[in-house]
Design a protein around this ligand. Structure first.
Ligand SMILES: Nc1nc2c(ncn2[C@@H]2O[C@H](COP(=O)(O)OP(=O)(O)OP(=O)(O)O)[C@@H](O)[C@H]2O)c(=O)[nH]1
Ligand SMILES: [Mg+2]
Length: 619
C-alpha cells in the first residue's frame, strides 16, 4: 500500500482552503471572506481515518498556473514540485466553491490535467443550497474523472469522507487519471467549465437573490461611498464611546495594583521598577485593550461578512485617480490592523510597481499600535463632549486622524506613481464573495488572537523598551531638590534630541519618548507614563495618570503636533524589517524611513505653527 506523506490544498481564492486546513489540522490560520487572504504556504499535520499522519499544506488561492502575482507563484511551484526543499505533494485536494462552480472549474481542469492523485472538495454546499442550487457530485466526479466529496468546511461536514477519498486516491492506478485535459486553451477550458457546471447542477430554484438587491445599494456609485464612510465613522465613535467603561475599570485595576505594591513593598529599586516602569509605563498601554478589541470586532466583521471586497470595489475609482487599483485597497485596509500583514498581503498584487507603491504607503494607514498614542493624547486635550446629534468630539478627532492617514497615503501614492514607481494603474477585477453572517465562534477566536497579540507585545517589546528607558531615567540619582529626569542619562539624551524637535513644538518629554518608540509606536505612551512617574515619584507615590499629566503640561498646539507626527512617523522596527524582506533589499525600506520622517517633521511643524497662529496656544 502506498502511503501518503504530503497533501496540498489548491483552488481558486476564497474557496475555503484555509477553513478546511484549520478543521483538518486544528490550526488557526487566518480565514476571511475575500480573495487573497493566504499569501504563503503553511504546513500542518492531519490524521487520516486510517490513522496515518499526513503533512497538509495550505496554499494561496490561484486562478491559473500562468502565474501573475508572487502568491500564485508559490502555489505553482509547490504543486509542480519546484519549491525548494519541498517534495511534490502525493495528493492534491482541489477545493471548489459549490456556489461558484463554473468559475472554479476553469482552474480545476488545469490542476487535474497535471495527472496527480486528486480529490475534489466540493465546498460551501451550504451556500449553494442557500442560493437554491441542487448539485450532483456524482455527475461532477464523472465529468472530472476524480472523486468529488461535498463539504462544508466551517461546519466540519464531509471531513471524514474527504480523508477516506485521500487514502484511496493515492492508491488509484495512474492510468485511470490520464484525462487528456491538458493542452486545451483557456477559452476551451471556459466552455468545458460551463458544460460541466450545467451537468452538475440538477436544479436552480428561482429564489430571489438577496445579494443582488443588497449589492445594488452597497455598490451604487453614490450610496456605496456614503455607506462606507458612515460605517467607518461609526467605528471610531464606538472605539471611544463603548470602550470607556471597560478602559476605566482596567485603569482602576492597574491603579489599585500599583497602590498595593506601594504599601506592601519597601521603598527602593524594586518598588520603583514596579510602580514607575511596569504599572505607570506598560500599564498605560495595556488599558487600551478594550479599544483595540472594539476596533478589531469591526474589522473582523467586515472581513467575514464579505463587505471588505465591496469596500475595495467602491474605492477602486478613487484609487485609480492616484495611480493604484482596488487591488491595493485590501492590503491597505489590512494595514489598519497592522502594516505587517498589510505588506504581506501585497503579494496578491501582480504588477511589481503597484505592489511596491502599496508597500511604501502601507505604513500611513493608521495601524492599531497608533490607537493608544492617539487615544491618550485625545483623552488629555480634547473635551469628552458631544457636538450635537450624539456625535462625540473625541471620536470625531480620532476619525479625522484616520482620514489624515488615508489622505496622506493617497498623496504619497500620487507622487510616487509620477516619480519613483512610475507607471499606469493596472485594471482591477475581483469577484465579489457571497455575503455571510459572521460566525460567532470565528469572531471570538479572531478577537482572542488579536487581544493576545496586543498583550504579548505589551509583555515583550513594549516592556523591554520601557524598562530600558526606566533604567536610563533612574541613574545617576538626582541631588535633593533636583529633578530626577533632568539628572538622568536619559534626560541628558532627551535634552539633546529636544533641540531637533523644539521647532515643531515638542517638549523634552516628547523628545525622550520618541527614541524608545522607534521599537514600536505604543512605547511612546508607556515611555511618557514612566517619565512622568519618575518625575513625580517624590510627591506622589501612586503614579498620576498619563492623560492628566499631558493635559496639565502640554499646550494644545504641542498635542496636535504630536498627533500629526504619528500620522506619518515610521516608528516600527518590524515594519521596516518586513519591507526589507518583501522588496529584497535595504533600498526601499530606507527610502520609506526617510520620506515618512520628513513628512512627519513637516506636518507636525505645520500643525504646530498653524495652531499657534490660530491662538490655540493660550490655556
Ligand atoms: N458558509 C460557508 N462558508 C465557508 C465555507 N468554507 C469557508 N467558508 C468561508 O469562506 C470564506 C473564505 O474562506 P478561506 O478559508 O479564507 O478561503 P481560502 O480558499 O483559504 O482563500 P484564500 O486564502 O484567499 O485563497 C471565509 O469567510 C470562510 O469562513 C463553507 O463550507 N461554508
Ligand atoms: Mg486561505
Amino acid at each position: 500500500m502506498s502511503r501518503i506523506k504530503r497533501a496540498a490544498l489548491v483552488g481558486n481564492p476564497n474557496a475555503g482552503k484555509s477553513a478546511l486546513f484549520n478543521k483538518l489540522t486544528g490550526a488557526r490560520q487566518k480565514i476571511a471572506n475575500y480573495p487573497g487572504v493566504t499569501v504563503e504556504r503553511k504546513a500542518g499535520r492531519m490524521i487520516l481515518p486510517s490513522g496515518e499522519p499526513v503533512e497538509l499544506v495550505d496554499l494561496p488561492g490561484a486562478y491559473s498556473f500562468d502565474t501573475a502575482s508572487p502568491d500564485e507563484e508559490v502555489t505553482r511551484q509547490i504543486v509542480h514540485g519546484e519549491f525548494e526543499g519541498e517534495p511534490v505533494p502525493d495528493v492534491l485536494i482541489l477545493v471548489l466553491d459549490a456556489a461558484n462552480l463554473e468559475q472554479h472549474l476553469v482552474f480545476a481542469q488545469e490542476v487535474i490535467a497535471l495527472g496527480r492523485p486528486t480529490v475534489v472538495a466540493l465546498n460551501m454546499v451550504d451556500l449553494a443550497e442557500r442560493d437554491g442550487l441542487t448539485l450532483d457530485p456524482a455527475a461532477l466526479s464523472e465529468a472530472l474523472g476524480v472523486p468529488v466529496i461535498p463539504t462544508v468546511a466551517v461546519r466540519s461536514r464531509g471531513l471524514a469522507e474527504l480523508g477516506e477519498a485521500m487514502s484511496s486516491a493515492s492508491q488509484a492506478d495512474p492510468a485511470d487519471r490520464s484525462r487528456h485535459l491538458d493542452h486545451i486553451s483557456l477559452p476551451e477550458r471556459r466552455l468545458a467549465a460551463k458544460h460541466m457546471a450545467r451537468a452538475a447542477i440538477l436544479s436552480r430554484s428561482k429564489r430571489a437573490k438577496v445579494e443582488r438587491g443588497l449589492d445594488a445599494v452597497m455598490l451604487n456609485p453614490w450610496a456605496g461611498p456614503i455607506i462606507l464612510f458612515a460605517f467607518l465613522f461609526v467605528v471610531f465613535q464606538a472605539v471611544f464611546a463603548w470602550a470607556t467603561p471597560f478602559a476605566d475599570a482596567l485603569e482602576a485595576g492597574v491603579g489599585a495594583l500599583s497602590a498595593a505594591v506601594t504599601s506592601n513593598i519597601p521603598d527602593g529599586f524594586f518598588r520603583d521598577f514596579l510602580t514607575e516602569g511596569l504599572f505607570a509605563g506598560v500599564g498605560a498601554v495595556v488599558v487600551f485593550l478594550p479599544q483595540i478589541v472594539i476596533l478589531f470586532a469591526f474589522i473582523l466583521a467586515m472581513e467575514a461578512s464579505g463587505y471588505m471586497a465591496r469596500a475595495a470595489f467602491i474605492m477602486d475609482r478613487m484609487m485609480a485617480g492616484v495611480g493604484l487599483s482596488g487591488r491595493s485597497f485590501i492590503p491597505l485596509l489590512s494595514s489598519f490592523a497592522c502594516a505587517i500583514p498589510g505588506i504581506m498581503a501585497t503579494r496578491a498584487i501582480a504588477d511589481p510597481k503597484d505592489r511596491l507603491t502599496t508597500i511604501l504607503i502601507a505604513p500611513l494607514m493608521t495601524c492599531s499600535a497608533r490607537l493608544p498614542v492617539y487615544a491618550v493624547v485625545i483623552a488629555a486635550v480634547i473635551p469628552a463632549r458631544t457636538i450635537g446629534a450624539g456625535i462625540g468630539l473625541q471620536g470625531l478627532v480620532l476619525f479625522g486622524l484616520y482620514i489624515a492617514g488615508i489622505v496622506g497615503a493617497m498623496v504619497a501614492a500620487l507622487v510616487l506613481r509620477r516619480s519613483f514607481t512610475k507607471g499606469e494603474a493596472s485594471g482591477f477585477i475581483m469577484e465579489m464573495p457571497r455575503y455571510q453572517l459572521p460566525r460567532l465562534r470565528d469572531m471570538a477566536i479572531g478577537l482572542w488572537q488579536r487581544a493576545w497579540v496586543f498583550l504579548r507585545r505589551a509583555g515583550t517589546i513594549i516592556f523591554a523598551a520601557t524598562i530600558a528607558l526606566w533604567v536610563l531615567l533612574s541613574f545617576p540619582k538626582a541631588d535633593p531638590g533636583e529633578s530626577q529626569v533632568d539628572a538622568s542619562i536619559a534626560g541628558q539624551i532627551g535634552s539633546g534630541v529636544a533641540v531637533l524637535v523644539e521647532p515643531i513644538g515638542f517638549n523634552r518629554d516628547i523628545a525622550l519618548s520618541l527614541i524608545p518608540a522607534m521599537a514600536a509606536r505604543e512605547v511612546a505612551v508607556s515611555s511618557l507614563g514612566t517619565i512622568y512617574a519618575v518625575e513625580s515619584s517624590d510627591e506622589d507615590v501612586v503614579a498620576e495618570r498619563v492623560t492628566e499629566r499631558i493635559g496639565a503640561t502640554w499646550t494644545l498646539p504641542t498635542a496636535l503636533a504630536f498627533l500629526a507626527w504619528f500620522v506619518f512617523a515610521p516608528q516600527c522596527l518590524s515594519t521596516i524589517a518586513v519591507a526589507k524582506r518583501e522588496t529584497n533589499g535595504w533600498k526601499w525600506p530606507v527610502f520609506m524611513l526617510v520620506y515618512l520622517f520628513a513628512a512627519a517633521y513637516v506636518f507636525a511643524g505645520l500643525t504646530y505653527w498653524i495652531a499657534v497662529a490660530a491662538g490655540l496656544g493660550c490655556r
